[in-house]
Ligand binder design. Structure first.
Ligand code: AMP
Ligand code: ZN
Length: 129
């Protein structure tokens, strides 16, 4: 059983932000910003590529509700909603979850995208298959 399934089963303690029959939201044990929260379905899916649409829609919808509440009540200025898919992307727990990262003007979270000079038309052709 994965670590999030163990948390859902109550075998490992967690700080619950929200729970219903389908979803659980907990504080991340490693707080990247104050209020860093993980939202996960109670049913195990490895990642965003293998979850079904109904469960995904419910997951993202509740993530939005919780993000609004967290940003508002913790007096954040905004947030990042993050999902890692696959080890290459940084996913370390292979049970789908969205990170809610409240953002503050003076926080030290540094998410940076490099800017590569790829041929965009070639990429579009390849995506089309
Ligand atoms: P990811 O790297 O996207 O798979 O995110 C997994 C997250 O789970 C990391 O941010 C970890 O800090 C967090 N995490 C791992 N174990 C626990 C735990 N027992 N309770 C709460 N969060 C955890
Ligand atoms: Zn699991």
């Amino acid at each position: 059983m994965c670590i999030f399934c163990e948390i859902i089963e109550g075998n490992i303690p967690s700080k619950k932000v929200y729970e219903d029959d389908k979803l659980l939201a907990i504080l991340d044990i490693a707080q990247a910003t104050r209020g860093h929260t993980l939202v996960l379905p109670k049913k195990h899916f490895d990642n965003i590529l293998d979850i079904d649409k109904d469960n995904l829609e419910n997951l993202i919808s509740t993530t939005q509700d919780l993000a609004k509440k967290i940003v508002n009540n913790l007096k954040a200025e905004g947030c990042n909603i993050l999902n890692n898919c696959g080890e290459v992307s940084g996913q370390s727990v292979h049970h789908i979850h969205f990170h809610i990262l409240p953002r503050y003007n003076n926080d030290d979270l540094d998410i940076k995208f490099p800017n590569h000079d790829y041929d965009l038309d070639e990429i579009l052709k390849e995506i089309d298959g």
